[in-house]
Ligand binder design. Structure first.
Ligand code: SAM
Length: 224
């Protein structure tokens, strides 16, 4: 690379390659999702010392035994939420704040729930550094959803649960989409639910491996 390239330019080039080779060629076609992933500076959401790996095709540790998800999985989940500029979105599992930043590029309002206070603090800082001011991070048990903001047009769960928590289904708007990894502790099926006439239609988006969703309607701490 030319010597006069700034760090910002270098990361922008890495992002461009990430979108082209990890995301677009694997079938993600929504132009708004591709643009958001090209724009959000993922290197600001990984821990110090991991910036060099921010655009690699894998999850990375973010402390507290949690991870920032693989970029391709972020793209698949986001595309399946079918967001519009006016959509109201709920995320369960703020983690680093990166997925919330992508959602904020595409939707009207984003509430993101995190159960670990330290991570919530860091996510808020990461989002501020990236110039994103429209995400609200709340510390509580996300398996109960967040009734004050309901109903939601889209709900994304970024931790794995044995079943879809009923409060999340209840808080989904008519026509709303929910994407979540569901299944056993080690690896799961990524499912998409669409609520129609009060009932949910479920489709499978393929296999994934996520950290556990711990709470009243997920895994109990002593199940693990
Ligand atoms: N979306 C995140 C990102 O972009 O960095 C990655 C999320 S990480 C794979 C899963 C997160 O879910 C962890 O931060 C974990 O603490 C959180 N989590 C697990 N159970 C939760 C619960 N009941 N409520 C809220 N957050 C929970």
């Amino acid at each position: 690379m030319p010597d006069d390239m700034t760090e910002t330019d270098r990361f922008a080039k890495e992002r461009e390659r990430m979108v082209e080779f990890q995301i677009r060629t694997r079938g993600i076609r929504d132009a708004r999702v591709l643009a958001a992933m090209r724009k959000v500076p993922r290197h600001l959401f990984v821990p110090k010392g991991f910036e060099h790996a921010a655009y690699e095709d894998r999850p990375l540790p973010i402390g507290e035994e949690q991870t920032i998800s693989q970029p391709y999985i972020v793209a698949v989940m986001t595309e399946n939420l079918e967001l519009r500029p006016e959509s109201r979105v709920l995320e369960i599992g703020a983690g680093s704040g990166y997925q919330a930043a992508i959602l904020a590029e595409l939707a009207g309002s984003v509430i993101s729930i995190e159960r670990i206070e330290n991570l919530a603090d860091r996510a808020r800082k990461n989002l501020a550094r990236a110039g994103i001011t429209t995400v609200r991070i709340v510390v509580c048990d996300g398996t109960e959803g967040y009734p004050p903001g309901a109903p939601y047009d889209a709900i994304i769960v970024t931790a794995a649960s044995p079943a879809v928590p009923q409060p999340l289904i209840d808080q989904l708007a008519e026509g709303g989409r929910l994407v979540a990894p569901i299944g056993p502790r080690d690896c799961q099926d990524l499912v998409k639910l669409v609520k129609r006439d009060g009932r949910v239609e479920t489709t499978s988006l393929g296999g994934v491996c996520f950290v556990p969703l711990i709470g009243e309607f997920g895994w109990k701490g002593d199940d693990l």
